[in-house]
Design a protein around this ligand. Structure first.
Ligand code: A2P
Length: 268
């Protein structure tokens, strides 16, 4: 056979290529983008995938990113830090609509409702870009069907860095799919640590001191009713685990659901 189709040679595409559809810059260190979703990709809200670009050596340069869009969304959304000399994000931050990224369609992760035992209140505890998996879970009806209350604590150094999460949370009541489910169930507790704002301090300190319970007028954590999902820096994840264990919660996994689960937020 000598049939060589000119079409097959025409446009070189990346392996597992998806096309970027929109990009939003929040600060000089944070941006979000949306891209097409492979038709075959099924995932559970809260999971992550490997995404990236072709590196200087011609090989894929991939990093783990939580999917920030819910599992029912036609597109995929990602929320990212920009590290000036980061191998991937120094380039990814310049991505434009119409350009391609690589997306390996193998979602995994422990920040899923299935890895938690049934409970009444769900705590979403995030620092920095760790809000991304919660952006997915907060827009998933299952979260609101399974829990009576959802408490989102998000801490960043400065107020601007809270914008992505705040915009998303403020839009929830108007969401046609989950707006009614959310009514009266959501507590949002954003804090900053290095710039003055309405509520300040680290998540660990605000739980350990009881400040968050008194500010929100809610009961302290107890292992019978409370479940938690954690996503932040390594140092945060370690410190918050100690706080949750002190409250009597124990760590769960897909294979052994328990009272809390942890995932490291993306860092370049
Ligand atoms: P802080 O400003 O007191 O360090 P980063 O940008 O370094 O990832 O931090 C994001 C947020 O997480 C900051 O508000 C930071 O507070 C907070 N943070 C960092 N490390 C910890 C930790 N070990 N425990 C609780 N919060 C932390």
């Amino acid at each position: 056979m000598t049939d060589q189709s000119p079409v097959a040679k025409a446009t070189p595409t990346l392996p597992d290529a998806q096309t970027v559809t929109s990009v939003t810059h929040y600060t000089d260190r944070l941006f979000a983008f949306r891209c097409t979703r492979p038709q075959s990709l099924r995932f559970r809200s809260g999971e992550f995938v490997m995404i990236g670009l072709i590196g200087d050596n011609g090989k894929p340069l991939l990093r783990a990113y939580s999917i920030a869009s819910p599992s029912w969304d036609e597109e995929l959304e990602f929320y990212s830090i920009k590290v000036p000399d980061g191998p991937l994000t120094s380039r990814l931050q310049h991505i434009q609509p119409g350009e391609q990224i690589i997306l390996r369609p193998k979602p995994v992760g422990t920040l899923v409702i299935d890895a938690l035992l049934p409970g009444k209140r769900l705590w979403m505890l995030a620092t920095g870009t760790g809000i991304a998996p919660f952006a997915s879970l907060l827009r998933d009806p299952e979260t609101w069907e399974k829990f009576e209350q959802v408490i989102v604590m998000h801490t960043c150094r400065e107020a601007d860095e809270l914008t992505y999460g705040r915009d998303l949370i403020e839009a929830l009541p108007d969401d046609p799919l989950i707006g009614e489910l959310v009514a009266g169930k959501l507590h949002y507790y954003p804090t900053t640590t290095r710039e003055k704002s309405a509520h300040m301090g680290r998540i660990t300190d605000n739980i350990a001191s009881g400040q968050v319970f008194s500010d929100l007028g809610i009961a302290p954590m107890d292992p019978a009713n409370d479940r938690a999902m954690v996503c932040g820096s390594l140092a945060f994840n370690l410190d918050i685990k100690a706080v949750l264990e002190t409250a009597g919660l124990s760590e769960g996994a897909n294979s052994a659901p328990a009272e809390y689960v942890v995932e490291k937020a993306f860092v370049d």
